[in-house]
Design a protein around this ligand. Structure first.
Ligand SMILES: [Zn+2]
Length: 302
């Protein structure tokens, strides 16, 4: 834990036994390791294994820096805190109540995932309020002696927050930074229901860009050092999808809209990445869910 130049570390959580799907970040601080988005409880063995490879035991974890509380990012938080009650959990003010009482969050996830909940995510245990630390938008957060700039970044989720590590300049962008699962500079905007807000998302991208990050760390997947190009690509794709949604809503019969969207996006991806990468993007996010999120945005927000 003493070679500070090699931090942050990317931990592959081997979601469903596969590499490159969900990553957690590991950051050293004077108080111990900070884990950015520990992932779902179903991935805990891989998280513990990844920490062990860095020479860290679970008890060395000082805190969990959550970008948002979706199950693939924050599902394991309560289980980790139950096993290690000293662990602090950093979270957006709108996410905090759902960690203390996850009933609503789990009900809405169950509507989406049904009987696959346990296989995909495992346990989602509550986090005691006493473990929570809730930074405000614009704060400078001291997490274990390391300083982070904090920005509330709606767009993907209304309770999303990004953190800029003041030492490394890396921004932990969760899903606000999109999905990028290959070396190609293609970034896919994950737009599932119920919170998608394209205009707010552009504002969030602008705030991250204004930090002039030395890298963008995204959960799906890992650290990308070409931060400006990455953010440009994300903004362009978000606009293209938004426009596509409008075109489909205006000209395609209701029962054919979802498949029209999915086909158009698959074709866009195929044109921009290698065949292998196209498979990775296909596995990275349900485009049916992306349609549902955009359709809702056009109906309720735009
Ligand atoms: Zn995610």
């Amino acid at each position: 834990m003493n070679d500070s130049s090699s931090w942050p570390r990317v931990l592959d959580l081997q979601f469903l036994g596969r590499a490159g799907r969900i990553s957690a970040g590991a950051i050293d601080t004077p108080a111990g390791v900070l884990v950015v988005d520990p992932g779902p409880a179903s991935c805990l063995p891989a998280l513990v294994g990844g920490l062990a490879a860095l020479g860290c035991a679970p008890r060395d974890v000082h805190g969990l820096l959550l970008t948002h509380i979706h199950l693939d990012h924050a599902g394991a938080a309560g289980t980790i805190v139950r096993q290690h009650p000293h662990v602090k959990v950093y979270v957006h003010e709108r996410g905090a109540p759902h960690l203390v009482d996850p009933a609503k969050l789990l009900a809405s996830a169950t509507r989406l995932y049904g009987d696959q909940m346990d296989r995909l995510w495992g346990e989602f245990a509550a986090v005691p309020a006493a473990n929570l630390v809730v930074p405000a938008d614009g704060d400078v957060l001291d997490a274990g002696g390391a300083l982070f700039d904090v920005a509330y970044t709606a767009g993907h989720a209304s309770h999303h927050v990004c953190y800029r590590d003041r030492r490394s300049g890396v921004v932990y962008a969760g899903d606000t930074g999109g999905i990028r699962v290959g070396p190609s500079p293609y970034v896919l905007p994950p737009t599932p229901p119920p919170d998608i807000d394209v205009r707010a998302w552009h504002g969030s991208i602008a705030r991250v860009r204004a930090w002039e990050p030395s890298g963008v760390f995204v959960t799906h997947f890992g650290l990308h050092r070409d931060a400006a190009a990455h953010l440009d690509a994300l903004g362009r794709e978000l606009d293209a999808w938004d426009e596509l949604a409008g075109t489909i809503l205006a000209g395609v019969p209701a029962d054919a809209r979802m498949s029209a969207f999915v086909e158009s996006v698959r074709e866009r991806v195929r044109q921009r990445v290698s065949a292998d990468e196209a498979v990775s993007y296909r596995d990275s996010m349900s485009l049916e869910d992306c349609w549902a999120g955009l359709e809702r945005y056009w109906r309720k927000v735009r």
